[in-house]
Design a protein around this ligand. Structure first.
Ligand code: BES
Ligand code: ZN
Ligand code: ZN
Length: 458
């Protein structure tokens, strides 16, 4: 897939049919100020200040649309209306502090993955008079659409070489640099686990590296699990569990969405994005249960299960991330089914060696309607990763606490003095919710972005 792959954006314009957004309790006041026709129309259509209604003139032409909601401060409160309105341009009329959220929600709910399918109906469009807000909303919409597009694209069209093109295109869009190590180069530059996981695929494994920003600024490094398809390897997944595994590069998509937000808002940081990009495939040269691999860090790892491949590709990437001593590391990964059992599919779990950042993130997440939930790096479970023949096993001896043992495995490769946050995400909407259509989804990136924007303001 080439990027940019255009989606609907919010226009900067002041012409269009007015769309009024009101808190439910503002409705009586608003109604007072309307003429007799509008008052009668709303009375006779039994509109009582809840949800969406369309108001015509006496020729039957649409004059305006009105939406009254319960809690319009919350991001997705008005998200459904983009799909319900007729295909015209609307201009948003509401309190200024509601504009940004309403515009973001509009853009996110208008998303359609139409690369392989003709879409039937034209959609309504939204215009904002305030260019600044339109721009900010579009940054969030584009970043989220990038995440969704990357995840929704079938694995056959989102293999490591395609992902490399996408990362390169986004780097170029913002004047960043892109480099990569491909196949044997991974061994030459000492990334043994990434090569081992990816070597069975005809799509050669890669390490993708994006750099952006002023070298004077504090360094922030993002690491994303880019398993383009997770068959499970020789420990093959059953068909039900394999069906959605095109999304196993969701972590890579998340860090690209986050990078898009950081670069488009021009945050004063020096950004590095590291993505191990592989297919966990089956073939005669696939890595095996019982193999021992010496990692980039120097620790040896025994492969207990080839389906616990995410932590393997991440461990070499995290070692590299620590090498240039960033201020903070964030990694995103569709790492464990266990995290979904713990928190469900709609709440991402995260782990951190830094209590202050963890606490701040939870608070920012609440404020942003993009919640994240901290899980413990419970040291006592480290013993579950013991191996008889190597320094560590890639899989715990019990499935219980699987998200924790996976995070503890990763922690072995992170320098203890570098603040690190590891997000275990679903990267997929299993059900339709306002603004969140079934399919690939970004979780937690607005929260991390807002945290970074607050911490590193220009
Ligand atoms: N990609 C999966 C994890 C996953 C599955 C995330 C479903 C979200 C939804 C990962 O590579 C994996 O297979 N993990 C195993 C680990 C186990 C073998 C220790 C899992 O979670 O079952
Ligand atoms: Zn797996
Ligand atoms: Zn996986």
């Amino acid at each position: 897939m080439s990027w940019p792959y255009m989606h609907q954006t919010i226009q900067h314009a002041s012409d269009g049919t007015p769309l009024y957004l009101l808190e439910k309790n503002q409705f009586p006041n608003w109604l007072q100020q309307q003429d007799a026709f509008v008052k009668n129309w709303l009375k006779n259509t039994q509109y009582e200040g809840r949800g969406l209604t369309l108001i015509p003139d006496n020729n039957g032409e649409l004059v305006c649309a009105l939406f009254c909601g319960e809690d319009l401060q919350s991001l997705f409160a008005s998200a459904d209306i983009a799909k319900q309105l007729p295909p015209q341009q609307f201009t948003l009329c509401c309190d200024t502090e509601l504009e940004l959220n309403a515009a973001i929600a509009w853009g996110l709910s208008s998303y359609q993955f139409d690369k392989y399918k003709k879409v039937e109906a034209p959609q309504a469009t939204l215009a904002l008079a305030n260019d600044d807000i339109a721009q900010q909303a579009n940054n969030v919409i584009q970043a989220t659409c990038l995440v969704r597009d990357m995840i929704n694209t079938p694995a056959g069209d989102m293999m490591p070489e395609h992902m490399a093109q996408t990362v390169k295109a986004v780097a170029q869009q913002f004047g960043g640099t892109f480099s990569q190590l491909v196949d044997e180069e991974l061994l030459e530059h000492n990334y043994p686990t990434i090569h081992a996981v990816g070597r069975a695929s005809v799509h050669a494994p890669r390490l993708l590296d994006l750099r952006w920003g002023d070298k004077q600024h504090p360094k922030v490094t993002l690491v994303g699990k880019g398993v383009c398809f997770d068959s499970g390897g020789l420990d093959l997944k059953p068909s039900g569990a394999m069906r959605l595994m095109k999304k196993d590069m969701g972590g890579a998509a998340h860090v690209m969405g986050l990078a898009y937000l950081i670069m488009s808002h021009n945050l004063p940081i020096q950004l590095r994005v590291i993505i191990p990009s592989v297919e966990n495939a089956v073939s005669a040269n696939a890595f095996r249960p019982g193999d021992v691999i010496k990692t980039r860090h120097g620790i040896s790892v025994e492969i207990d299960n080839t389906d616990a491949e995410g932590r393997l590709v991440l461990c070499d990437a995290l070692s590299e991330a620590c090498n240039d001593k960033p201020d903070v590391i964030f990694d995103f990964a569709t790492l464990t089914g266990a995290c979904r059992v713990a928190l469900g599919t709609e709440l991402p779990g995260f782990f951190s060696n830094d209590n202050q950042i963890a606490q701040d993130l939870m608070a920012v997440g609440e404020e942003n309607d993009d919640p994240v939930w901290r899980l413990p790096l419970h040291k006592a479970y480290r013993g579950l990763l013991k191996s008889d023949v190597a320094d560590i096993s890639n899989c715990a001896s019990t499935p219980f606490g699987g998200a924790i043992t996976a995070a503890l495995y990763l922690q072995e490769f992170v320098h203890k003095d570098i603040p690190w946050l590891h997000f275990d995400v679903m990267a997929w909407n299993n059900r339709n919710l306002p603004g969140r259509p079934v399919g690939g989804e970004a979780f937690g990136i607005r929260t991390v972005f807002d945290y970074l924007a607050q911490r590193y303001s220009a």
